[in-house]
Design a binder for this molecule. Structure first.
Ligand SMILES: [Cu+2]
Length: 480
């Protein structure tokens, strides 16, 4: 009970800061930022619409959920029922994807094939399984052909499942900060600029980086305390290469699943769609910068070839400060619990998956699909509605060998079932982790192991550079 109250308090503090700093011009008071389940039911109204907001200190007209960028945080628990009464206030079709949740992909669940037309509504209904892992998930549009435009327009929000990991005493006592990383490309009047041809094809980016809609963030840890930093890359194409300068941090979770033990990380690469959680122990008081460092996902060569000046808006290679970590004195309240700064030795066990029942290969490449004319291919084909590309049997385990033959990174995402990365270029992964997005670097081969569990039906796998997905780098999987 005490723990629950603390967690609520700590997230409310983040929300309070956001609300006080962002004077969104509205006639009524702003809607709540955290929507939490009550008595096992999370019931929310969610509306996608174009609104004026302040983002990173600038007035902007963006696509919002309930008038907010990012959208409200949805907080649930394993075993909860979720009912989202969704309204499309945009001038184009959209829908919702619940990224990373192990829930039904069919009917009113995490169904990527739904179309919610302008001015229409749809009620999503699903249950979070009682044994669902606790972690950081998110929701965003998944209407094929419009995904990049809508996510880059601002549509993204966090889903928190409070689970077993939240009961680990050190984590329960830690201060919690959730950072949603987005990038925007605005004109002088605060409207989204149409992407240049090079970015429309290879993945749109903007140089305005927003953290929870503002920039940079301010993080506080107290000596002897622990800060739990929960990061979501909600950008359409931008990778973040993050480094906390001169201060240790420890990775404790990836993509909504706890690791077995904390891992010290010199830096962290977050591809679009990926999440990571870190513990920062309060050790040496001072001020430390959380930096985003340059990372070339293969776009630079494309910029050079298509825009001979070699420069393009949206791909600045300057390091950018994402946040500043400062030290509080621990007198301000709930975060200071004596001895709470000790890192947990163990987190949660991760099962070792059995050898696969079947091995498949997926080749990612650029070319022209003869039938659709689209340029981004998986196994030589671009996405086609109603064509099942891969049929798998429930209760089996498969290895998928993801082969990138292109000179550009392609972060691979599978809906419904998480997987474990087995190897990269035949080198075994250093530690076990559940993932739902894995970056396949240019010319790299990544082997993943997937158990297909609980849900039959159809869903998709695709590249999470959303312009690549919209231009065909997606396939349909059927679980039977
Ligand atoms: Cu891609």
């Amino acid at each position: 009970m005490q723990r629950r109250r603390f967690l609520t308090l700590s997230t409310v503090t983040v929300a309070g800061l956001l609300l006080s700093r962002c004077a969104v011009p509205q006639s009524t008071s702003p809607p709540p930022r955290i929507l939490t389940s009550r008595s096992g039911l999370l019931k929310v109204n969610l509306k996608a619409e174009l609104k004026q907001v302040f983002v990173a200190g600038k007035q902007a007209t963006l696509m919002t959920y309930n008038g907010q960028v990012p959208g409200p945080i949805l907080e649930t628990r394993p075993g909860d029922d979720v009912e989202i009464r969704f309204t499309n206030g945009l001038s184009q079709p959209t829908n919702l994807h619940f990224h990373g949740l192990h829930i039904s992909p069919s009917s009113n669940g995490d169904n990527p094939f739904l179309e919610v037309l302008p001015e229409e509504g749809f009620t999503y209904r699903f249950s979070i399984p009682a044994d669902h892992p606790g972690g950081l998930y998110w929701y965003h549009p998944h209407y094929h052909g419009k995904v990049a435009e809508q996510v880059f327009g601002g549509l993204a929000g966090v889903i928190i499942v409070r689970g077993t990991v939240d009961e680990i005493p050190a984590i329960a006592n830690a201060t919690e900060e959730i950072l949603v990383l987005q990038d925007f490309d605005l004109d002088l009047r605060g409207r989204l600029k149409p992407p240049s041809p090079v970015f429309r094809k290879w993945g749109r980016q903007g140089d305005l980086i927003a953290i929870n809609g503002k920039t940079p963030a301010r993080l506080t840890v107290v000596p002897g305390g622990l800060l739990r930093l929960r990061l979501l890359n909600a950008s359409a194409s931008r990778f973040y290469r993050l480094q906390l300068e001169n201060h240790p941090w420890y990775l404790i979770a990836l993509d909504g699943h706890a690791l077995e033990a904390p891992q010290e990380m010199p830096e962290l690469l977050l591809a679009p769609g990926e999440r990571a959680e870190l513990l920062i122990p309060g050790s040496s008081p001072g001020e430390y910068r959380l930096m985003n460092l340059p990372y070339d996902r293969g776009i630079q060569a494309m910029v050079n070839s298509m825009e001979p000046s070699g420069t393009a808006d949206g791909d600045s290679q300057e390091p950018v400060r994402i946040a500043t970590l400062t030290y509080g004195d621990g007198t301000e309240g709930e975060a200071m619990v004596l001895g709470a700064g000790t890192l947990p030795e163990m987190l949660l066990p991760i099962e070792t998956l059995p050898e696969p029942d079947r091995v498949r290969e997926f080749v990612f490449d650029h070319g022209i699909d003869a039938e659709t004319g689209q340029p981004f291919l998986i196994n030589g084909k671009s996405f086609k509605h109603h064509r099942v590309d891969t049929q798998v049997s429930l209760d089996t385990v498969e290895d998928w060998v993801l082969i990138n033959k292109a000179g550009m990174d392609h972060p691979f995402h599978l809906h419904t079932n998480p997987f474990q990365v087995i190897s990269r270029n035949d080198q075994p992964e250093p530690f076990k982790a559940w993932k739902d997005v894995v970056n396949i670097r240019a010319y790299e081969t990544v082997r993943i192991r997937i158990p297909f569990r609980d849900y039959d039906g159809q869903t998709v796998y695709h590249c999470h550079i959303l312009d690549h997905e919209d231009q065909g780098m997606m396939g349909i999987i059927e679980m039977v």
